[in-house]
Write a protein that binds this ligand. Sequence first.
Ligand code: HEC
Length: 137
Amino acid sequence: MKTSQVAGLFGLLIPVLIGAAFPRAASRGDDVSYKSDVAPLLQKYCLPCHAEENYNPSELALDSHALLLQGGKHGKAVAPGEPDESIIIQKLTENPPFGERMPMHSKRKMTTTPPTYLSEDEVRILAKWISQGAQDN
Ligand code: HEC
């Protein structure tokens, strides 16, 4: 192999190695935190409608860990350890078991922008937090 070929090979390898090492370094371990990961998502997407002080027919308030675990009209929204059994995750899917997909979109708003649902990564964060026990961490 010529020196230039070896150099070329390294040029290919180094970005691959960096790419493999980075996501692990950036995710600061595997633990999902209620305070720094889950609460900000709920605040951004859900609190406009699920704040305790607002009326919501679902009776589900998402302002705090205690209220989230308390659940709503259909009972517990979170089944610790069981993301697939958790209503809060089911309601984020295309075909929820009842009612509409969350975050619900106001039908009264005359808007042409497509609805903003959570990204797959964001849903994964919530599901992972539930599978880790849905703790107040
Ligand atoms: C625009 C207002 C609105 C937004 C934003 C919204 N919701 Fe809702 N949500 C509702 C309404 C209204 C219902 C009751 C009707 C239904 O179940 O479809 C509901 C019901 C629910 C229920 C069912 C609770 C029960 O026991 O019946 C869950 C779980 C839920 N929402 C989770 C969420 C989550 C998580 C978010 C944010 C990702 C969110 N919602 C964002 C209005 C909203």
